[in-house]
Design a protein around this ligand. Structure first.
Ligand code: XLS
Ligand code: CA
Ligand code: CA
Length: 440
C-alpha cells in the first residue's frame, strides 16, 4: 500500500520482541510461530479484528458525541467512505498480523433506500473485500447481519410480532449469508440483540421463540443450499438492549438449540462480557459449551466489576485468560472458531496507535494465559487434586453406577452396608495457590 494512502502512518508492522521488551507497539508474549501443545500460537487463537468497534464506532455515549476521528471518512458519499474504511481496516489488520476479521453487513456497506440497493452496496464491498483478502491473506472468521440498529427492529427481528419485519430480517440474513460464503467465511453468527422483550405484558414468548426456531432453520437450510459448510453460531447475551434476551446464556441457548432441532448445525459464540452480565464467570460458559462439544468461537473482551453493563473493554485479565485456555487445551481448542476482539478502545483513548496497543494487550494476555495454562494442566499435583477427587467412580460399584447399572434401591443397600462417608477436602485454597505459583 503506498504510504500516501496510509491511515495509520505512524505505526509499522507489529513484531514479537519478547517478555523483556518495553516497546508498547511490540508483542511481549504473542509469538505467532511458537509451538505450544503441538500447535502454533497463531493456530491456537485464530485472532480476529471486529470491524464494527475498530472502524465504525465513533465512541459516542448517551452524554456526548463521538471522540474518534476517522481519516477514512473523506467523502460526502457513503459508498466512497465504505471503500476507504475497508482499505484502513486491511492496513490495520495486516500491520497487526492478525489472520482474521469479522463484520456485520452494515459495517461493510451502508444500508440503501431499498433492499435491492442495500444488496447492491453490500455486493460491491464484498467484491472489493475479496480482492483485499486475496492480496493480504487475511480471512473472514465470521459474518453476521445487523438486525438491531434500524428502527424497524425495535420489537425484534426474527421474533418481531409483525410478520413484515421478519421478512426484512430474512432478506438481510440471506444477503449476509451470500456475502459470508463469497468471502469464504468459516462461521456465521446470530446475535439476537433485540430478540427478547421489554415487558411480558405485551409478549407471547412461546410464539416468539418458536418463530425464532423457524427463522433459524430457514437460514440454516439456505446457507447449506448455497454451499456454506461452516458453523452457524448463536451468541448469548442476557440483556441490553432488551430487558430480557432470549439467548440469555450458554445453558439457555443449548436447551433452545436441542428443542428446535438446530444442535447439529449450530454452536455457541461466547462473549466474555455477556457471560459476566448473566452472572457467570467467563470460564463457566466456556466450560459448559466445551464439554458439550458446542463451543464455536469466542468474542474476547471483558466487563467491569463496578459496572453492570456491556463495557466491551479489551481483555487484559490474565487470570481469566488462564482459566479459559486451560479449558481449551483440555477440550481440543477453538478452531474453526477463533478469538474475535469484540472490544472497543475507551472514549478518551484518542491516539491512532491506541487501537494497536489495545489489540496487542489482548493478544499478549491470551498468549501468556496459554503458556501458563499449559504448565498448569501438565502439573501432576493439579491433575491429582482435580481429577483424583473422582477416583471412587473409577472401579467397582462407583463405575457400575456411572454405567447406569445400579438401581436406586441398590444404592440404598450400599449406603446401609458402608460406613458414614469420610470428609474429603475439596482443596480449593491449595489449588488456587498452585495456580498463583504459575502466574509469575
Ligand atoms: C453486542 C454483540 C454484537 C455481536 C455481533 O453486544 O456483542 O457485537 O457480537 O452482532
Ligand atoms: Ca459479541
Ligand atoms: Ca458486547
Amino acid at each position: 500500500m503506498p504510504s500516501t494512502n496510509e491511515y495509520f502512518p505512524t505505526v509499522g508492522t507489529i513484531s514479537f520482541e519478547g517478555a523483556e521488551s518495553d516497546n508498547p507497539l511490540a508483542f511481549t508474549h504473542y509469538d505467532e510461530n511458537r509451538l505450544v501443545a503441538g500447535k502454533t500460537m497463531k493456530e491456537h487463537f485464530r485472532f480476529a479484528v471486529a470491524y464494527w468497534h475498530s472502524f465504525c464506532n465513533e465512541n459516542s455515549d448517551p452524554f456526548g458525541v463521538g471522540t474518534r476521528k476517522f481519516p477514512w471518512d473523506k467523502s460526502a458519499d457513503a459508498m466512497d467512505n465504505a471503500n476507504y474504511r475497508l482499505d484502513a481496516a486491511f492496513e490495520f489488520i495486516s500491520k497487526l498480523g492478525v489472520p482474521f476479521y469479522c463484520f456485520h453487513d452494515r459495517d461493510l456497506a451502508p444500508e440503501g433506500k431499498t433492499i435491492a440497493e442495500s444488496e447492491k452496496n453490500l455486493n460491491e464491498m464484498v467484491a472489493r473485500a475479496k480482492d483485499l483478502q486475496n492480496e493480504t491473506g487475511i480471512r473472514l472468521l465470521w459474518g453476521t447481519a445487523n438486525l438491531f440498529s434500524h428502527p424497524r427492529y425495535m420489537n425484534g427481528a426474527a421474533t418481531n410480532p409483525d410478520f413484515s419485519v421478519v421478512c426484512h430480517a430474512a432478506a438481510q440474513v440471506k444477503a449476509a449469508l451470500d456475502a459470508t460464503v463469497e468471502l469464504g467465511g468459516e462461521n456465521y453468527v446470530f446475535w439476537g440483540g433485540r430478540e427478547g422483550y421489554m415487558h411480558l405484558l405485551n409478549t407471547d414468548m412461546k410464539r416468539e421463540l418458536d418463530n425464532m426456531g423457524v427463522f433459524l432453520r430457514g437460514a440454516r437450510d439456505y446457507g447449506r443450499k448455497i454451499g456454506f459448510e461452516g458453523t452457524f453460531l448463536i451468541e448469548p447475551k442476557p440483556m441490553e438492549p432488551t430487558k430480557h434476551q432470549y439467548d440469555y446464556d450458554a445453558a439457555t441457548v443449548l436447551g433452545f438449540l436441542h428443542e428446535q432441532d438446530l444442535a447439529k448445525d449450530f454452536k455457541l459464540n461466547l462473549e466474555a462480557n455477556h457471560i459476566t452480565l448473566a452472572g457467570h464467570s467467563f470460564a463457566h460458559d466456556v466450560q459448559l459449551a466445551a464439554q458439550s462439544g458446542m463451543l464455536g468461537s469466542i468474542d474476547a473482551n471483558r466487563g467491569d466489576a463496578q459496572n453492570g453493563w456491556d463495557t466491551d473493554y479489551f481483555p487484559t485479565n490474565l487470570y481469566d485468560a488462564v482459566e479459559v485456555m486451560m479449558i481449551l487445551l483440555e477440550h481440543g481448542g477453538i478452531s474453526p472458531g477463533g478469538f474475535n476482539f469484540d472490544a472497543k478502545i475507551r472514549r478518551n483513548s484518542t491516539d491512532p496507535e491506541d487501537l494497536f496497543i489495545a489489540h496487542i494487550g489482548g493478544m499478549d494476555t491470551f498468549a501468556r494465559g496459554l503458556l501458563i495454562a499449559e504448565n498448569i494442566i501438565n502439573n501432576q499435583e493439579y491433575k491429582q487434586l482435580r481429577y483424583g477427587r473422582y477416583s471412587s467412580f473409577d472401579s467397582g460399584n462407583g463405575k457400575e453406577f456411572e454405567e447406569g447399572k445400579l438401581s436406586l434401591e441398590k444404592l440404598r443397600e450400599l449406603a446401609i452396608s458402608s460406613a458414614e462417608p469420610e470428609m474429603i477436602s475439596g482443596k480449593q485454597e491449595r489449588l488456587e495457590n498452585l495456580v498463583n505459583r504459575f502466574l509469575t
